[in-house]
Ligand binder design. Structure first.
Ligand code: AMP
Length: 422
C-alpha cells in the first residue's frame, strides 16, 4: 500500500512526497480510511508509530474539500514540545495546501504570549494547544471554537497523568456537540476509557500492538559521524564476543558497499537483499544457518522472518526509518530465551529517529563512548529543534525552507503560506 491509495488531494500528496513519505505505517493504514469516513476514532498507539500523520492527513484532506475559513480543528497535546512537533509536521504536510496551523502553549515569556495572541487574531485552520494555555484563552474570550469540526486528543493518557482531566472536560464544554473526535493514547487504563466514553460517539477502535524487544537482548549504541562508522565496525567485530552476526542497513546500496569491503578483508560475510533471486537467498541463508557464513549484511528484508538460532550480535549500521523495524532487527538475536547483543550506530541525521525508537520501546539505550583512536563523535541531541527543509527534487525544487512562523501572510484566512518556488 502507498499513500496514493488514499486518493488525497494532489497538493497534500505533494507535501507528503516532499517530506519523503511513501508508505503508510500500520496506524496510518488503519486510521486514515476511518477518519475520512467521518467516524470518531479511539486509537491505542505510541509515539513513533506515525500517529500524528494518521490523524492529521485525513483532517487536512477533508478541510481542503470544504470551506475552511473558520477555526476547523483543535489538537490538544500534553506538552509544549509535542505541540511544536505536531505543528512542524502539519507545516510540512500542508505546505502546498493553504491550510494553516498555530501552536498555542504556556511557559514562554510575554513576547511569546503576545505572538500567539496576534497569530490567533489573524486566524488559522488548525490550533495545537496545551490544555492550560487553551483554558486561559477560552476564559479570556480570545478564541472562538463554535465552528470547530474536528477535536483531536493526542497522548490522552499523558494528559491525565499530568492532571489535565478537569481542564479537558472544561475545554470540551466550549465545543459544538456536532463534531468528529479522534482520541489517541499510548495506553488505555480505566480512567482513559471513562473520558473516551464521555466525549466519543460510536467510535471505531484501533489498536496497534507493538512487539517489545526480548529481555535477553543487551542493547547499546554509539553516536558517530558517518565517516567514523567503518573503523567503529571493525572495532566492534574485534572486541565483542560473537559467533554469528547480522549487520543491517536501510539501503541496498550500503549493503552492497559493506559487502565489498568485507570481501576485500577476507571475512566470511555475504550480502542479502532484494536484488538476489530466491535461489541465491536460500543458499545464503543455508550457509548462514550451518555457520559457513558468519556475517550476514542485509536490508530490512532480512529483519522480518528469518529465524536462525544462535545469532549473538546484531549491528545496525544505521537507524531504521520505521521504529518497529528496529524491534524486528534486534529480535534476530536472543531468540528462544538465549542472549545477544544489539549495537546501533547513530549519526547526526538519525538521532531523532533513534529517540522515537527509545520512546516506542519505553527505554533509554546506553550510548557507549567511542573507542580510543576514533576521535570524538557528535553530541547526542535528538530533541534539538529540527531544521526542516524539502528534499532536493521535491515539488519546490528542493530550495525553499518552510515558512517562517507567524509571517505577514498570516492575516489571509486559509492562505497564510508563502508561494512555493515555481
Ligand atoms: P509520530 O509517531 O507521529 O511521532 O511519528 C514518528 C516519526 O515517524 C516522525 O518523525 C514522522 O515524521 C515519521 N513518520 C510517520 N509516518 C511516516 C511514514 N509513513 N513514512 C515516513 N516517516 C514517517
Amino acid at each position: 500500500m502507498t499513500f496514493l491509495d488514499f486518493n488525497f488531494d494532489s497538493k497534500l500528496q505533494d507535501g507528503l512526497e516532499s517530506m519523503g513519505y511513501t508508505k503508510p505505517t500500520p496506524i496510518q493504514q488503519q486510521a486514515i480510511p476511518v477518519i475520512l469516513s467521518g467516524r470518531d476514532v479511539i486509537a491505542c498507539a505510541q509515539t513513533g508509530t506515525g500517529k500524528t500523520a494518521a490523524y492529521i492527513l485525513p483532517v487536512i484532506n477533508k478541510m481542503m474539500a470544504s470551506d475552511h475559513r473558520h477555526l476547523n480543528t483543535l489538537v490538544i497535546a500534553p506538552t509544549r514540545e509535542l505541540a511544536q512537533q505536531i505543528d512542524q509536521q502539519i507545516e510540512g504536510f500542508a505546505y502546498f495546501t493553504g491550510v494553516s496551523s498555530i501552536p498555542i502553549y504556556g511557559g514562554g515569556d510575554g513576547a511569546a504570549w503576545d505572538q500567539q495572541r496576534k497569530a490567533l487574531e489573524f486566524g488559522a485552520d488548525i490550533i495545537i494547544a496545551t490544555p492550560g494555555r487553551l483554558i486561559a484563552l477560552l476564559a479570556a474570550g480570545t478564541i472562538n471554537l463554535t465552528h470547530l469540526q474536528h477535536l483531536i486528543l493526542d497522548e490522552a493518557d499523558r494528559m491525565l497523568d499530568m492532571g489535565f482531566y478537569d481542564d479537558i472536560v472544561r475545554i470540551i464544554s466550549y465545543l459544538p456537540k456536532e463534531r468528529q473526535t479522534l482520541f489517541f493514547s499510548a495506553t488505555m487504563p480505566p480512567k482513559i476509557r471513562t473520558l473516551a466514553n464521555k466525549i466519543l460517539t460510536n467510535p471505531e477502535e484501533i489498536n496497534i500492538a507493538i512487539a517489545k524487544p526480548a529481555a535477553g537482548i543487551v542493547q547499546q549504541a554509539y553516536v558517530v559521524f558517518e565517516e567514523q562508522k567503518g573503523a567503529l565496525l571493525k572495532h566492534v567485530l574485534k572486541t565483542t564476543q560473537w559467533n554469528s552476526a547480522i549487520i543491517f542497513s536501510s539501503t541496498k546500496e550500503m549493503v552492497k558497499k559493506l559487502d565489498g569491503s568485507f570481501q576485500r578483508s577476507g571475512l566470511p560475510a555475504r550480502a542479502f537483499h532484494s536484488d538476489l533471486d530466491q535461489q541465491e537467498r536460500e543458499e545464503i541463508l543455508r550457509g548462514f544457518k550451518n555457520k559457513q557464513i558468519s556475517i550476514l549484511i542485509g536490508t530490512d528484508v532480512l529483519s522480518r522472518g528469518i529465524d536462525v538460532e544462535g545469532i549473538s550480535l546484531v549491528i545496525n549500521w544505521d537507524v531504521p526509518p520505521d521504529p518497529e523495524d528496529y524491534v524486528h532487527r534486534i529480535g534476530r538475536t536472543a531468540r528462544a530465551e538465549t542472549t545477544g547483543t544489539a549495537i546501533t550506530f547513530i549519526n547526526e541525521k538519525d538521532q531523532r529517529r533513534f529517540f522515537s525508537i527509545e520512546r516506542l520501546i519505553d527505554s533509554v539505550i546506553p550510548k557507549l563512548p567511542l573507542p580510543e583512536g576514533l576521535g570524538a563523535g557528535p553530541a547526542y541531541e535528538p530533541e534539538a529543534k529540527k531544521k526542516t527543509t524539502f528534499k532536493s527534487g521535491g515539488s519546490n525544487g528542493g530550495k525553499k525552507p518552510f515558512k517562517k512562523r507567524f509571517n505577514n501572510n498570516r492575516n489571509k484566512p486559509g492562505g497564510n503560506h508563502p508561494k512555493p518556488a515555481q
